[in-house]
Design a protein around this ligand. Sequence first.
Ligand SMILES: [Zn+2]
Length: 592
Amino acid sequence: MAGRIPREFIDQLLQRLDIVDVINGRVPLQRAGSIYKACCPFHDEKTPSFTVTPSRQTYHCFGCGAHGSAVGFLMDYERMAFPEAVEELARLAGMEIPREFAAQGPDQDLRPLYDIQQRAKDFYTAQLKQHPQRQRAVEYLQQRGLSGEIAAEFGIGYAPPGWDSLLQALTAQGRASPQLLLQAGLISEPEPGKRYDRLRDRITFPIRDARGRVIGFGGRLLPGGGNDNAPKYLNSPETPIFHKGRHLYGIYEMRQALRRPTQLLIVEGYMDVVALAQQGIRYAVATLGTATTTEHVELLFRQTLSLIFCFDGDRAGREAAWKALQTSLPQLSDGREVRFLFLPEGEDPDSLVRKEGREAFEQRLTQAQSLSDYLLQHLAQGIDLGSTDGQARYASLVQPQIEQLPDGFFRQLLRRRMAKLTGATEAELHHSLARRNSTNIGRRNITRPSPPRPAHHKPNTPLRQAVHLLLQEPGLALLEELPQHWSQADVEGIELLRQLFAQIRQQPDIRSGQLIEHWRDSNFFQPLQALSRTPLHLPESGYAAEFLGCMQRLDKLAAQQEFEALTRRSSQQPLTSEEMERLKTLSRRISR
Ligand SMILES: [Zn+2]
């Protein structure tokens, strides 16, 4: 999907839809007074603690803390990316998505491309059953220990040896144009008028997107076909529907087999995925001949919280692992985990799992190296940690990595571990890190206000509590008794509170789910999400009083700060009569 979806459209969409309809179509809900209940689809339970609140347009689970809007629900439940979820909701609401900026001119209708890929897949699987030369393909698959069921499940097929079998079959009787096949990457045209099937005499592996649509192919050359100079593995080229940096092989098949995988194993080849599935390991997916990208990691973390990257133990494998680590760091928020498994040289998951079986292979997984171990060990190579110089150098290598991490437990943990290794105290490291940051303002985006942290990291300040209450009940911002000067308080996060107020005043009937959606692209989104799923420990009838209390404390703080500034000034120069008046007003506000 090209282009960005305008913010106003998402607002309208969420206004028109009822979250109850969206969820009820997937998880049957029971009405209980003004809310709806069900057994939680995100954790196992016997008694319902999953609730949907129509007045807020949010869902919340008291068991596992799952929480969010209709968009969030689809993203979590269907594991859709944000644009996909909006697309699906628009479809439900019968609305057309306007595109703010089309990526490449007007949007192309991609349906013919999906369609032709599916037909190519049907052609290849039919050849595996009926082509006169199918025997070599069948034998190859049998040697690899693959059953008919697994081959069928993964849609494995056979591209026959001729130059244009696929081209002929799909374009017969004008059913599809050669141009479409060309655009789909199914054929190539090295010189004008000379068109060949891209995959010839190969085992074919259809690559499907998360929704199960065929978007491209991988092809494994059959041995003994007389063209041993051809590359062993060949993938479809990039097309409008196939992007190697965005898609993973096996994701659809994994999701068909496992609703909620506890971990995912990321391997390098499609044969690895299929061989693992054959042995009953259904949680493997493969990158498609590219380094791990940010989009890959996002896609992976939408499926599960725990990732194991599996690489060859050789140099190339180690380099690829380091790249994967770098890509993962910024996405390692609390609760997420990344580990690394290095295989013995000369082995891949396919050969290894066939040799030693499922149990032994899974035993290896339990010994995968944690990201922090790998990171600290990798950077310590060639450094003498016994010397002060070495420690300083080490710290200077590790710190930029720690900076990549989002704020949270894991970041603290890593900082503490490094401190232990280098002998520096945490405070010293923190300090030197802060110094580095302050000299780097132009380079990195660190001038943004830092978001409020989830409850377990910070004591509850009036500001946090006010934000927390607003997320539950946006209407609180419209209370008439609110104090007037709270927004002048100089505290961390005040800008966020101001913006929340502005949003709610602009859209007085905004509901919690929509409110949070506004922040999806900002640094505040994760902390706001975390905050909104933290229980308030307050009866709803007490919200207004608590909120007013918080706002009054902020208001008082603003007065105190101004009072102090004025009295400081008065020690240097006499105050004007206006300023004296101001002091009096302020002291009344403070003592109130
Ligand atoms: Zn739950």
